[in-house]
Design a binder for this molecule. Structure first.
Ligand code: FE2
Length: 504
C-alpha cells in the first residue's frame, strides 16, 4: 500500500479530481465478469456485496443538479472460493424507463425538477401537475435484505424488489393504502407521530434501535410544505423546500418498540444544533440509552453536493468548506426523575457525555467525541452488534478539511483511537464489514469497499474492490476487472451470504 505524504500539495489534486467521480457510467455489466485478484481473499467468504448509488447524471441534454439525484445503478461483487465476479445494471424503475425513452427528466428528483415536456403547451403542463402523484421511484440510496428478499430504497414511498442474481427489478412496492394492508413482507406500522411544526416537517435520513427502543433525532433541517406545493407548480424540487436552522435545537425522541409509545413524551431532551444523515448504532446500558451519530455542524451540508455548473475548482472549494462529520456519543438516562449528580443526570462510568437538567421538563445533552476524525458512511459489525454494546466503527474519513472522503478509518470507540487506509488519488466507498463465521471477536472478519482512483487526465482512472483485514485494517487483497475503469460513486451497500437470499 502506498502511503500518502500529508503535504498540502497533494490536497488540491485529490479534491479537484473528485469532480470526475460524478459522471455517467457508460456501460452495464450483465454477465458476471471475473476479476483479477492480487493478494488472497479468505475462502470462508461466500456471498455478495451489493451497492446502490447514482450512475447516470444526465438524460439527453438535461443534467441532474445534485449527487442525490442521478439514476440508480446497482452493483454486485460476488465472492466465492477466493474469486470475485462483478455485475452492474441501472435500476429499471418506471422513472428510468420514462426518462430514457423520452430523453428528458420526466419527474422531480430530490434537487432536480422535471424538464418540461416539449409535446405539451403551458396549459397542459399545468394540468399534468394534478394528474401525477409527483414522486419518482428512482430508489438510488440503499439496498438491503428483508428476510430472504433484496430491496432498494430512498427517502420516498416506493421500494423496488431486486433479483439478487441478475439485478433486475422484479416488483415495485408501494405503501399500504388501507388499514391492515402491508406494503412489503413483514411490514408493520409501529409508531406514528405528528410534525411539531405548523407548516414544516423535520428531515430524517436514518434512525437507530436499541433492544427495546427506537431512537429518533429531530434535526433542525426543516422542509417547508407550502414551498413543496409551490415548487410543483413552478419547477422547483424538494431540496428547495429545505432550510437548516442553527438556532433550533435537536430533540431526541425514544419510542418503545413493543408498544409504540413514546417514553418521556412530556419531556424535552435536546442538544445544541447539528445535522446528520447517519446514526451509527444505539444500545442500552445500566438505565441509559447510548446513541452514536455522525454529526455535521454545518446546516448547509446538503448544499455542498450540488454539481450543476460548478467547475472542479468551485466544487473543491465547496467540499473543503463543508464541516467534518464528527462521530459523537449522546447518552440519555431512561429515568429522568432521578437525582442528578453535580448537575449531570448521567451515572454511567467511562463516558464524558452529559445530560443536564434545565428544568423539570427540559434536559440538555452534551456529547462525547468518539474520535478526532471526520467520519461519514459509518458501518459496524451490524449482524451481531446492531442494538448492542459495541466498540468498532468503520467509515469514510475526512481529515481536517484537507482531503474529504479520501481515506477509510476504523474507530475504536472505547479508546477513541483510529487507524486508516489510504492510497494516492483514491476515493473509497462506504466500507462494509463482513463477519467471519463463528468469529471470536467483534472485528473478526474483513472490510470491503469499492475504490475509485482518479488521476488528472481523462484516461487516468482505475478502480478495484478492496479487501481489508478488519482487525489490522491492512490490505489483504484487491480485485480489478478488465475493461472497468470506474465504479459509480455511490452511497450504501450490504453484504449478503449466498444462502441468505432466494432468487426472485
Ligand atoms: Fe445514507
Amino acid at each position: 500500500m502506498l502511503k500518502l505524504a500529508r503535504s498540502s500539495s497533494t490536497v488540491g489534486v485529490a479534491a479537484a479530481s473528485m469532480h470526475k467521480l460524478y459522471k455517467t457510467i457508460e456501460n452495464e455489466v450483465e454477465e458476471p465478469l471475473q476479476g483479477t485478484v492480487k493478494g488472497s481473499i479468505p475462502v470462508w467468504i461466500k456471498g455478495s456485496l451489493y451497492r446502490n448509488g447514482p450512475g447516470m447524471f444526465e438524460v439527453g441534454e438535461h443534467k441532474f443538479k445534485h449527487w442525490f439525484d442521478g439514476m440508480s445503478m446497482l452493483q454486485r461483487f460476488h465472492i466465492s472460493d477466493g474469486k470475485v465476479t462483478y455485475q452492474r445494471k441501472f435500476l429499471r424503475s418506471d422513472t428510468f424507463l420514462n426518462n430514457t425513452t423520452s430523453g428528458r427528466i420526466t419527474i422531480n428528483e430530490f434537487a432536480t425538477a422535471a424538464s418540461p415536456d416539449p409535446c405539451k403547451n403551458i396549459f397542459q403542463r399545468f394540468l399534468t401537475i394534478f394528474e401525477t402523484d409527483d414522486m419518482s421511484d428512482n430508489t438510488l440510496v440503499n439496498v438491503f435484505p428483508l428476510k430472504d428478499e433484496l430491496y432498494t430504497t430512498t427517502e420516498i414511498k416506493y421500494l423496488n424488489k431486486i433479483d439478487p442474481e441478475t439485478l433486475d427489478r422484479t416488483e415495485k412496492n408501494v405503501p399500504a393504502k388501507k388499514e391492515g394492508e402491508t406494503e412489503f413482507p413483514a411490514g408493520e406500522i409501529v409508531f406514528k407521530t405528528q410534525s411539531p411544526w405548523k407548516i414544516h416537517f423535520n428531515y430524517y435520513h436514518s434512525f437507530s434501535m436499541t433492544e427495546n427502543y427506537f431512537v429518533f433525532v429531530q434535526q433542525p433541517l426543516l422542509s417547508n410544505v407550502p414551498k413543496i406545493l409551490l415548487g410543483r407548480k413552478t419547477g422547483y424540487a424538494f431540496a428547495s423546500s429545505l432550510t437548516g436552522y442553527p438556532e433550533i435545537k435537536n430533540r431526541f425522541r425514544i419510542v418503545d418498540r413493543k408498544t409504540g409509545e413514546e417514553i418521556n413524551a412530556d419531556h424535552v431532551i435536546e442538544s445544541d444544533a447539528f445535522l446528520y444523515f447517519h446514526q451509527i448504532n444505539a444500545y442500552e446500558e445500566q438505565g441509559h440509552i447510548i446513541v452514536d451519530i455522525s454529526c455535521h455542524e454545518d446546516t448547509k451540508v446538503l448544499e455542498r453536493f450540488y454539481m450543476k455548473n460548478l467547475t472542479s475548482k468551485e466544487y473543491e472549494e465547496n467540499l473543503k468548506n463543508a464541516s467534518e462529520p464528527e462521530p459523537r456519543r449522546y447518552v440519555i438516562p431512561l429515568d429522568l426523575g432521578k437525582e442528578e449528580k453535580g448537575g449531570d443526570m448521567v451515572s454511567l462510568e467511562r463516558t464524558t457525555a452529559k445530560c443536564k437538567k434545565i428544568d423539570d421538563k427540559t434536559f440538555h445533552l452534551q456529547p462525547e467525541i468518539l474520535a478526532d476524525i471526520g467520519l461519514e458512511f459509518p458501518q459496524i459489525n451490524y449482524r451481531k452488534y446492531n442494538t448492542k454494546k459495541y466498540r468498532y466503527i468503520y467509515g469514510v474519513a475526512f481529515r481536517h478539511k484537507k482531503n474529504p472522503l479520501t481515506t477509510l478509518a476504523k474507530v475504536d470507540a472505547s479508546t477513541k483511537t483510529y487507524i486508516e487506509w489510504e492510497e494516492d488519488k483514491c476515493y473509497p466507498s462506504e466500507p462494509v464489514f463482513v463477519p467471519k463465521p463463528r468469529g471470536a471477536s467483534e472485528d473478526d472478519g474483513v472490510v470491503v469497499a469499492a475504490v475509485n482512483r482518479v488521476g488528472e487526465g481523462d484516461d487516468d482512472n482505475s478502480c478495484f474492490l478492496l479487501v481489508l483485514d478488519a482487525k489490522s485494517f491492512t490490505e489483504i487483497a484487491r480485485v480489478e476487472f478488465e475493461g472497468i475503469e470506474r465504479f459509480p460513486y455511490d452511497f450504501h451497500g450490504v453484504y449478503a451470504d449466498d444462502k441468505s437470499l432466494k432468487k426472485a
